[in-house]
Design a protein around this ligand. Structure first.
Ligand SMILES: NC(=O)c1ccc[n+]([C@@H]2O[C@H](COP(=O)([O-])OP(=O)(O)OC[C@H]3O[C@@H](n4cnc5c(N)ncnc54)[C@H](O)[C@@H]3O)[C@@H](O)[C@H]2O)c1
Length: 412
């Protein structure tokens, strides 16, 4: 198989995770990197792992001339700038075989439309990286249940949760930079998982039509004075002035266009989950069958007693966002594979080599932004948002949530 040369934008958390995933994927070479500050450590890691030359460039535009695929793994607020640089590179002669964008595609629909417009200018196939759809446990569950679903009827209820104790970098906490709080950051995962799980196995990811969204958002932990002070000290973000939600839950109703059947997906996300670390919890119920997955369950348990705890260097060796390094620890030996990062790269590789977009393309990412915005609107209005109403859809097109505007104090 010919190698695809990746050029990675952003030298932070997700880029490092993706490099770990790429160690298990054939046919992809990490040819180049670019980031705001030179990603020397990441480049050294890529070279040491034999992933590629990992040449560092000063800009996205410069890098695009030396790679086949550009991976937008920078912060949410930089998406449009990075896409504009890609479009400029293509106008200047760069030839790309694919563009990958991490979740979320954008912070709101006006920005997402601009990303789509620029993607059309770039003209290459796209991949929207929603890793959780690619998780082996979800793919296996759907494959295992395909016969049962055909015989008994589709899943009628999906529940998806993602929770941890809070993000690792200041810009995630700043709603104006990130796009909101945990609903913007992690709601996009759960909205995608619910939609995908309910979709009959032989249908494409956007087959089911979103009908309505209801949601509730709240600031349950990080708005309390003690934790607000901690946030200000640790990240320089002031939740007294510009708060964001640390908890969100809601329900999306979908319609099957072939049968008119209504099915529902419930989502729950939080940044106040003070337990072992990141937990993805998914279940699905159909007539006469069910599935359930919980990433905190591992065949491997490690126990570190008080006497031994001083020698533990890094809690996150056990699990992403781990908050404890002693006691009974849940340890996941291959998190990039567990969370779907490995398989989303395999899917993108196969698609780009064949000259087409991945299972989830930028248009799919756009629909996830729409669902996220509908959830914010529902929480702001305290009402169910009807996605079949043209006036509501028009309002969503221009909508920027109060929290994202830095006016969260008016609504939380
Ligand atoms: N799929 C997932 O589960 C998952 C997990 C984490 C992050 N993400 C997504 O990945 C993206 C990056 O998140 P992260 O956790 O790596 O953030 P991060 O803060 O750890 O890293 C961001 C990197 O981008 C660089 N950067 C900042 N501004 C830049 C600019 N204008 N141009 C180029 N580089 C710039 C920073 O120096 C840093 O190296 C976000 O969109 C986030 O939503 C996805």
């Amino acid at each position: 198989m010919p190698d695809l040369r990746y050029g990675i934008v952003g030298g932070g958390f997700i880029s490092e995770f993706q490099l770990r995933a790429l160690a298990s994927v054939r046919g992809i070479e990490v040819a180049a990197l670019t980031s705001r500050s030179r990603p020397e450590r990441l480049a050294a890691h890529a070279r040491a792992a034999g992933l590629g030359d990992a040449v560092i460039y000063d800009s996205v535009e410069a890098m695009a001339h030396h790679v086949d695929v550009v991976c937008l793994f920078g912060p949410n607020f930089a998406r449009i700038d990075h896409m504009e640089q890609l479009a400029a590179a293509v106008h200047g002669g760069a030839e790309l075989r694919g563009v990958i964008c991490e979740k979320p595609l954008a912070r709101n629909l006006p920005e997402a439309r601009r990303v789509l417009e620029l993607a059309r200018e770039v003209g290459a196939p796209t991949a929207y990286f929603e890793n959780q759809i690619h998780m082996k446990m979800l793919q296996n569950a759907k494959a295992q249940l395909a016969g049962v679903i055909a015989a008994m009827g589709p899943l009628t209820l999906a529940r998806s949760g993602e929770e941890h104790a809070g993000p690792h970098n200041a810009w995630f906490w700043d709603p104006t930079q990130q796009g909101g709080g945990v609903l913007s950051d992690m709601g996009c995962h759960c909205l995608a998982v619910g939609w995908y799980l309910l979709t009959p196995p032989d249908k494409p990811p956007r087959f089911l039509e979103p009908v309505s969204v209801s949601a509730d958002v709240a600031l349950l932990k990080w708005g309390q004075p003690r934790y607000r002070d901690e946030l200000l000290e640790r990240h320089g973000v002031d939740y007294a002035a510009t708060p964001a939600e640390d908890f969100a839950t809601g329900m999306v109703t979908y319609r099957n266009p072939d049968t008119d059947q209504r099915v529902k997906a419930q989502f729950t996300v939080s940044w106040m989950y003070d337990k072992q670390g990141l937990r993805l919890l998914v279940d699905g119920l159909g007539p006469g069958y069910a599935l359930e997955a919980n990433t905190l369950r591992s065949p491997l348990e490690v126990f570190v007693g008080d006497a031994a705890a001083a020698s533990v260097a890094n809690a996150e060796l056990a699990l992403e966002k781990a908050t404890a390094s002693q006691g009974l620890l849940a340890v996941q030996p291959n998190e990039p594979d567990l969370y779907g990062y490995t398989d989303e790269n395999v899917d993108a590789r196969d698609a780009f080599v064949a000259g087409r977009s991945a299972l989830l393309d930028f248009e799919y990412g756009y629909e996830i932004v729409r669902l996220t915005m509908a959830a914010y609107l529902s929480a702001e209005r305290g009402a169910v948002v009807d996605l079949t109403d043209p006036a509501t859809l028009a309002a969503l097109d221009e909508y920027v949530p109060l929290i994202q505007q830095g006016r969260g104090a008016e609504t939380l």
